[in-house]
Write a protein that binds this ligand. Sequence first.
Ligand SMILES: [Zn+2]
Length: 393
Amino acid sequence: MLRQWNKIYKVTFFAKGEKHNEKKGVSRQKVIVRTSIIGIAANVLLAGFKAFVGLISNSISVILDAVNNLSDALSSVITIAGTKLANKKPDKKHPFGHGRIEYLTATLISIIVLYAGVSSLVESIKAIIHPSEPEYSVLSLVIIGIAVGVKIFLGIYVKKKGKAVNSDSLIASGTDAMMDAIISSATLVAALIFFFFKVALEAYLAAAISIYIIRSGFVILKDTLSQILGERADSDLTTKIKKKINSIDGVNGTYDLVLNNYGPEKTLGSVHVEIRSDMTVEEIDQLQKEIQYEIYSEFGVIITAVGIYCASDRDEVSREMKKFIYQTALSYPNVKEVHGFYYNASKKHIRFDVVIGFESADRKKELEDIVGKVKERYPDCEVLPVLDDDISD
Ligand SMILES: [Zn+2]
C-alpha cells in the first residue's frame, strides 16, 4: 500500500519536474545572453581601438584584427537571437519545440568565421605582393598588448560559461576569441620585430593566421552539421540510463534505447525492457511509469514509450534453447547483443532480437546465417528473429 501511494505521489511530482526544467531553460538562456552581451561590448571596444591603431600606424594586420573583432561581435548577436528563438514554446507545427535552431545559429557563426578567414587571406596575399611600410608608435604597441590580454580573458570566460550551460554557440565564440588572442599576439610580435629590426613580417604572418581561421571555421561547421544529421547518443548518458533502468525492481534487462535530440536541452526516447513472465498488467503499468519518472527526474530525458519483452526461461527446453541461440549469435564478431528471446511451445515459435553492428558488410546475410544454424538445431520450430540496429551503447 505504501508503495502504491509512493507511486501516486511520484506521478504528481512528475508534472512539477516539468516546471523545474522550464526554469532551468530560462536561467540557461539568461547565462547565454549575459555572456554574449559581455562579448559584444568587449569586441566593439577592441575593434574601435584597433581600427584607430591600424589606421595611424598603416598596419594591415592590425586593421584585419579589428575587422575580426567586429565579426565576433556579430556572432554574439546571432547567438543571442538563436537562444531567444530556440526557447520559443512548442506549437502545433513544431511540437518538439525549437531547440534545434541553436545548431543553425552555430552553423551561421562558422560561416562567418570562414568568411573572415578567406577575406583575411585575400588581404594578406595582396599585402605580400604590394608591401607597405608600417609605422608603429609605443602607444600602438601598448594598445595591441592590452587587446591580447582582454581577448585571452574573454575567450576563457565565454568557453567556461558555454560548457557550463551546454551551448555550442558560446563554446564556438569562446574558441574564436582564444584564436583571436593568438592572432593579436602574433601581430604584436611582428610589430615588435619591425620596431626593433625593421624587418616586415606581418603580411606573411597575416596569411598564416588566415589559414588557421579557415581551418577552425571548417571544424565548427563539420561538428554542427554532424549534430543536425543526428549523432549517436552520448555513450556516458545511455550507459547511465540503462544502468538506472536495470536497477528498477522487476526489470531483467534494458535494450534498444533510442534517444532523439531536439536541441541541446531536449531529448526524447524509447526503450525496451525484459520483465518477469508472471507480472500482471497492473504491475507492468506501474513499472513503466516508474521507469519514465526515474529517467526524467534524473536525466531530464523523456521516455515516450517502453516496449516489453517477456522473460522466457521457465522450463528446461527454453533455457537450453536460449543458451544455444545466444552462444551461436555471439560467436559472430559483429553481433553486439542478443535479447528478447521467447519460445512459444504451443506454436513452436522461437523469437529473439540480434543487434548487428554497422561495420558488418551484410547485416541481413549475417542474421540469415545465424537463423540457419538455429533451424538446423530445431528443425520443427519456426524461427522469427528481429534485426536490431546498434543505436546506443
Ligand atoms: Zn530489440
